[in-house]
Design a protein around this ligand. Structure first.
Ligand code: SAH
Length: 234
């Protein structure tokens, strides 16, 4: 996408940021030739699905001062890397359970010269109990990681009380998805704060961001041991 096309898609960034985003798309597609990071092969699709979708968070994040952002299940680096490019004042931790993906993210971040990015390998259910990570982040984001009640249990361990979790969801049956996660949200000390829907360019349809505010510290037994949140969601 050209800089003008990106602006037309509602994402207003300066020319230097656009140029770096273009380098991210190239690096992602390069890495994707040797390791499976995304089903996307076409640059226009990568712009829509990895850049525009990730940067839908720029609007809500504009209200958030600089701080620490945790991308849970970052895969090929979305949404964390595009956000790190567009918000140099935010420190982004890319977290994933797959070592190969963490290695690919590190190569991409190095190739782009990003110094506000850390990569971290781990399983959410375990890492969320480590003192250095427990409730240590202002914002936690997760895209395409697990059904909402499951990813909530993962995310709530990392976000500080008063911080926000943003989950990328499909627009389809969003009300039902949110209602179905209400009990898990209460148990995870999360309160629905905001939903935002938006349209991706290139006919990629409508998507939604669902934001939850962490209301109090998470009970110590959460998240439950590896595999349990997925097997028996809260
Ligand atoms: N967010 C990226 C990748 C989605 S694929 C994108 O939208 O393109 C989901 C990723 O979540 C995978 O890379 C997987 O390894 C990671 N993941 C799933 N469960 C996890 C867990 N319990 N802890 C850490 N990472 C997890």
């Amino acid at each position: 996408m050209t800089h003008a096309e990106l602006n037309d898609a509602g994402i207003c960034v300066n020319a230097a940021v656009h140029a770096r985003l273009a380098r991210f798309v190239a690096a992602l597609l390069d890495e994707n030739r040797s390791i499976n990071l995304t089903a996307t092969r076409d640059p226009d699709d990568a712009w829509a699905l990895h850049v525009c979708d990730s940067l839908a968070l720029l609007h809500p994040l504009a209200r958030q001062p600089s701080g620490r952002l945790f991308d849970l299940g970052a895969g090929g680096g979305s949404p964390g890397i595009p956000l790190a490019i567009a918000r140099e004042d935010v420190h982004v931790t890319l977290f994933d359970a797959t070592r190969k993906k963490i290695a690919a993210q590190r190569r991409i971040a190095e190739r782009l010269g990003l110094n506000n990015v850390t990569t971290l390998w781990g399983r959410a259910e375990s890492s969320a109990h480590e003192a250095a990570l427990r409730e240590a982040f202002d914002v936690v984001v997760a895209r395409a990681v697990a059904p909402l009640p499951v990813v909530m249990e993962y995310a709530a361990g990392f976000v500080r009380p008063g911080g926000t979790c943003w989950f990328f969801e499909s627009c389809r049956a969003l009300e039902e998805t949110i209602a179905g996660a209400e009990r898990a949200a209460r148990r995870c000390a999360l309160r629905l704060a905001e939903t935002r829907s938006y349209t991706l360019p290139g006919g990629h349809g409508r998507r939604a961001l669902v934001g939850y505010r962490k209301t109090r510290p998470l009970p110590k037994h959460l998240p439950r041991p590896p595999g349990v949140p997925k097997k028996t969601p809260l």
